[in-house]
Design a protein around this ligand. Structure first.
Ligand code: UT7
Length: 322
């Protein structure tokens, strides 16, 4: 190849655990109510993984669907990145397990840990490797089983999360009009205590449970997300008014609405799946993207913005011509 390389989304896919749990069902075991959850978050359902459904199996199912949509096979793939905070094992990387399930050997496979913005991080790394010519066809996957790290006694967190996976096939194209126009990533490690897991291999030797100071995370989220959206749109040379679809991280409908308002983006242009999936961390953006591609809302040629923010804090955005 001699022209400028662009990373183009060729296909999307997703996978959800079989069991779908309503707020009412959750309220049978947690001191909460459907009214509180819907009013404060917009969440109505979440999927919860069974023991045979793991981060790697969900990731592989999402990857297979994305490959089929791209009309490609696993043999075409030379890079697999799984964004996850809930890997099957501390090591090896879940990406190598996905590689094994897909039956491809060779190429590069690794995990990225940036919690809820993990997909944006993985997407940006894959895009950079494609532009540099070190990968041709990448599977970028966000997959999580947060139900395994929730404290089911803590109603302030356990009602917010769900399990699932989403994937995109990202391919090198020369001098394409389509593809990733801009990516920006950020991190600020001062905020560990606002959103973290209280365990780990090097500290407690346990997996730990999720802990969050929700209202403080909320305030940071709206500021960071609107800033990174403005920055990334400017880098892509695009105005907010030109955006066809925003695919935000699905943590809370109120965060999504407040961020869209700050950018004067119409709510009609925002893909919302938090009602159906709850917060699936790194899976949320590719899962929402796949839903909107498959139901025909997102079409080839449209300008799409992806954004997410999560533990660390980490946050990021990308502008893509589909
Ligand atoms: O994906 C990573 C990023 N994460 C996020 O973006 C999450 C950001 N934060 C949020 O989405 C919101 O802050 C929450 C949804 C977590 C909480 O909503 P809030 O409006 O900030 O509520 P709050 O934490 O201020 O709690 C309000 C009240 C409290 O009762 P009092 O003290 O006012 O009597 C809580 O004890 O709601 C109570 N509460 C609940 N009540 C019923 C907390 N959780 C529940 C619950 N059911 N599940």
């Amino acid at each position: 190849m001699s022209g400028a390389l662009r990373a183009v989304i060729k296909g999307t896919g997703s996978a959800l655990p079989r069991e779908r749990v309503s707020n009412a069902k959750l309220a049978e075991r947690v001191d909460t109510s459907d009214e509180w959850i819907v009013e404060r978050t917009g969440i109505k359902f979440r999927h919860i993984a069974a023991p045979d459904e793991t981060t790697a199996t969900l990731a592989a199912d999402a990857a297979k669907a994305a490959l089929e949509a791209a009309d490609m096979t696993a043999a075409d793939i030379d890079l697999i990145i799984v964004a996850t905070a809930t890997p099957d094992q501390t090591f090896p990387a879940s990406a190598t397990k996905v590689q094994h399930i897909l039956g491809v050997y060779g190429g590069v496979a690794f995990d990225v840990a940036a919690v809820c913005s993990g997909f944006l991080y993985a997407f940006s790394v894959a895009e950079s490797m494609i532009r540099a010519g070190s990968a041709k066809n990448a599977l970028v996957i966000g997959s999580e089983t947060f139900s395994r790290i929730l404290d089911w006694e803590d109603r302030a967190t356990c009602v917010l999360f769900g399990d699932g996976a989403g994937a995109v096939v990202l391919c090198a194209e020369e001098d394409s009009e389509r593809g990733v126009l801009a990516c920006n990533l950020h991190a600020d490690g001062r905020h560990n205590e606002l959103l973290y897991v209280d365990g780990g291999p090097s500290t407690t030797g346990t997996v730990g449970k999720l802990r969050m100071k929700g209202p403080e995370v909320f305030r940071h989220a709206v500021v960071n997300l609107s800033d990174v959206l403005k920055e990334t749109l400017a880098d892509a040379g695009a105005e907010a008014s030109e955006v066809d679809w925003v695919v935000p991280h699905q943590a809370n409908k109120r965060i999504i609405d407040a961020t869209a308002r700050k950018l004067k983006l119409s709510p009609d242009k925002v893909v919302l799946t938090v009602d159906q999936h709850a917060n699936t961390s790194a899976a949320s953006v590719p899962l929402a993207l796949d839903v909107a591609v498959r139901d025909g809302r997102i079409k080839p040629g449209q300008l799409v913005v992806l954004e997410a923010m999560g533990g660390g804090f980490t946050w990021g955005a990308s502008v893509v011509r589909m």
